[in-house]
Design a protein around this ligand. Sequence first.
Ligand code: 7GP
Length: 792
Amino acid sequence: MDITKDKLLEKLEFFSNFKFNKNYNDLTKEEKFVAITDSIMALTSKDWTDQLGKKARQRKAYYFSAEFLIGRSLGNNLLNLGIYDLVNSILEEKGDRIKDIENEEEDAALGNGGLGRLAACFLESAASQGFNLDGYGIRYSEGLFKQFFKDGFQAEEGDDWSSFYNPWSKRIVSDEKIIKFKNQTVKACPYDMPIFGYKNGQINRLRLWQAEAVNEFDFNRFNNFDYDGAVREKNEAEDLTRVLYPNDERREGKLLRIKQQYFFVSASLQDIVSNYKKNFDDKEFKHFHEYVSIQLNDTHPVIGIPELIRILLDEEKISFEDSFNIARKIFNFTNHTILREAMEVWSVDLIDETSPRVLEIIQMIEQRLVEELYNKGFKEEEINFLRIVKDDSIHMANLAIFVSNKVNGVAELHTNILKNETLKDWYGAYPYKFTNKTNGVTQRRWLIYSNMELSDFIDRKLGSNEWREDFSKIKELEKFAEDEPSIREFLEIRKKKKIELTEIIKETTGIDVDPNSIFDVQVKRLHEYKRQLLNALHIVYLYHRLKEDKNFISEKRTFIFGAKAAPAYFRAKAVIKFINEIARVINNDKDIDGKIKVVFLENFRVSLGEKIYPACDFSEQISTAGKEASGTGNMKFMMNGAITIGTYDGANVEIFEKAGEENNIRFGKTVEELMEIKPNYDPYKIYQEDIYIKNALDSLMSGEFKDNESYMFLDIYNSLLKSEGGDRADRYFVLEDFESYRKAQEKISEVYKDEMRFGKMCLLNIANSAYFSSDRTIREYAEEIWKLESHN
Ligand code: 7GP
């Protein structure tokens, strides 16, 4: 790919005329964004086409995921194509700023949080390392809802992300597939997005399916004045991929949801099978598994297992035995959560309503499972426990584990919990299937693109930019940990990023914050187990102390939050309201001399994250031990030099191990300790015995913070102190860990005060973040699970 200034200028003018009947200089910013992306697509399309042809005959892995949380693409694509600076200079000559154009792009928010963003990082890392990994998913018309605050409450609106333009994808009509449900037949139309590798010429593909009607319009109905009936089929078909379900870590037993899942995996598998037939002469599918490996991103695409068997058995006339064995070789399964609420279980009725044939095949698989376990010497109760079909429900994780080649967790601690607790019987039966693949994030988006200043600094210090491709080289930064001028320079860059965030905060919330204050940040989905509430209660505690004594803390603190709550998750929304009230009261209280400020940024999303991670001093990773499978925000913060204040949970464990506990702040009970405490845990006792904790909790009820009669604060209060409907009081041990968290928070001030020490700690976190690159993760998947070679 040779994209030169002349070619770019020519294409820019061409698309300005072609699309808008204007000259480039007369375009609006939004139109300029479109002209630029169209130019990039045009200039890379020949290469893409050639590579699609070539790669169709090579071994490939496919990432099946109901979510791809891509965010914006312009900046990253320019960076990966090696033309960011070139485009920047062209735009400057024309009097535009590239950042303004980038801001025109809507986030493609086709995912909820960690799981979806991981899928996006994986595609980018695979392309950058020359692995054939393609993505398959759903093209939702409405992405994750947009969040705004109304009187401090979360409100939601739709995210019609692609209505005006969607320049990064091509609709490939000739590859449409037909999907048959029990009572409905629809078309699946693919939209292909290029995934550019970093300066290596590789282009992989993300194919997202959109549901459309087979017959868009019923002319006879229209003629008989039945206008709704005339477009009923169209609407019902399009409903299938209309919206992303806004829940993470919670299942939703809705027919539409299982139909979405079946829709996209059926289309993807038909696609893979028909390409195989086109490219290979192997009617018996004897070599299929030599060319295809599929990674199932959690249970959402697991219905693909019986669907592939159905296609091979019913359409390709392969025996059940052979079809089953093929499935067993090509599928692999990743689990992303240990929360009970997230394990998908579908009623037999709903599967039948989706596809009766798939249900039959699941029952045939079930039979195999029972036989196999019986032959392994398992007793009846043991077998019953592992059944796929239990009490008229289908347990998707059981189906996935039984048929998959490999099963993985996403951090060491998580995989161990799976092996020894959640899935211990499965581990007993099939130990060789289990493997760990600790998550990672792409340093291209989360460091090089988001933090160009820091990246230039690293280039200068290391005397080369090789670390951008080979992230293990980042370790060399360690040499500068004791070098005062380097640390000073580094701290200056951090300051600049904080000032930039300060401006965003001012613009979006009106709040003035001091860039010299400590930026203490918690951004992630809102969940009880992630314990934003612990953070909030601690802020209330600090505030109470400051009311007694203005000098209770020496360093000014800014607490920054970003979090969406699932629209139906009452308690999560209560926590948002609580934090917003805390912010309102504290930010307006003159008594405390602005010692603390609290900011809750609306609508946390990928493109906002890109501005937040580089500006953070302390990264809050405070989930209840054993609950966060991995976390990936923790890695984005670390790469940008933030110090983790965290529990011994998920990948925090590995962060502490790699960067040293002395360079981070660890607190809270471990998984084992909590297990011991659990049977006799009494949060009420803690509440009564610690006056500060009591005051903080009582602020929920005393009127100090007001919930506008929504009873939200009562709900929070009760959740901490009262057991309800089988749930213990304080299920997530907020009060148990409070004291330890308070001490950890004190340490923050102490660490920050000593600038050189602080800078050194930050630098050492960056220097030791190599392991958390998704390049490393993808290499492990490619070598150990997918058996792919690099084409770099
Ligand atoms: C998340 C996990 O909560 C997070 O710890 C992990 O880092 C991330 O996946 C990527 O592995 N899980 C989800 O986002 C989710 O929706 C339910 O899980 C299926």
